[in-house]
Design a protein around this ligand. Sequence first.
Ligand SMILES: Cc1cc2nc3c(=O)[nH]c(=O)nc-3n(C[C@H](O)[C@H](O)[C@H](O)COP(=O)(O)OP(=O)(O)OC[C@H]3O[C@@H](n4cnc5c(N)ncnc54)[C@H](O)[C@@H]3O)c2cc1C
Length: 196
Amino acid sequence: MQLKAGHRARFWEKNCVAIGLSAGFLEPLEASALLLIEISAQMIANQMPANRVTMDIVSKRYNKTFTYRWQRIIDFLKLHYALSKRTDNQFWIDNRNPNTISERLQEQLSLWKHQFPCDNDFEQSLEIFPAASYQYILYGMGFKTAPNHLGMSEQSIKQAQQQFLKNSQHSKELTSSLISNRELINKIKQYGLQKV
Ligand SMILES: Cc1cc2nc3c(=O)[nH]c(=O)nc-3n(C[C@H](O)[C@H](O)[C@H](O)COP(=O)(O)OP(=O)(O)OC[C@H]3O[C@@H](n4cnc5c(N)ncnc54)[C@H](O)[C@@H]3O)c2cc1C
């Protein structure tokens, strides 16, 4: 199945506002759709125009805010491709093409080679994907930030490395005590799900 992805250039036009799938669709995995619906409804409720003149002001701001939000979701999705090393089929080759990565994300990635993502890298008080989300994906996918920048002491770097080692040992222990996904599915098929 081919999904047609994208978002409207203008969400609020005169007295009509597109929310949810009528505003756009990007992809199902990062689950940003329901949050967007909620914060769209919130902004409309909080800023409900008192008259026709204020409607133009509010709609202009709404369109600016939500264009920013959709663009940042695209950046966050694109991050997964930008960091991937896959070349095994055209889908990955096309999506990893640097020409398809926004200038802003390229800039962020250059910056994050030398400093960790932080709130200052983002403009809005409510970001769909804040700095922490970027940290999870970046470091989960093996991105490297030069550790000595911004005066991190040798001691704190050592502590962090010890913590990473501890986490990785702990996760190995936990994983080794679990059955595989396939075994679990087979068991559910055989016995059904137990009532809690
Ligand atoms: C399996 C699945 C899992 C998902 N998981 C997540 C998730 O974890 N997090 C997340 O954020 N998003 C998730 N989504 C996406 C999210 O559910 C949708 O983006 C969201 O429900 C869209 O809401 P909507 O109101 O725009 O559209 P819809 O929920 O599709 O509502 C549109 C409504 O309009 C009705 N309708 C259509 N045509 C007509 C007509 N001609 N006349 C009258 N009524 C009509 C439909 O029957 C429907 O009730 C998931 C989607 C799916 C399918």
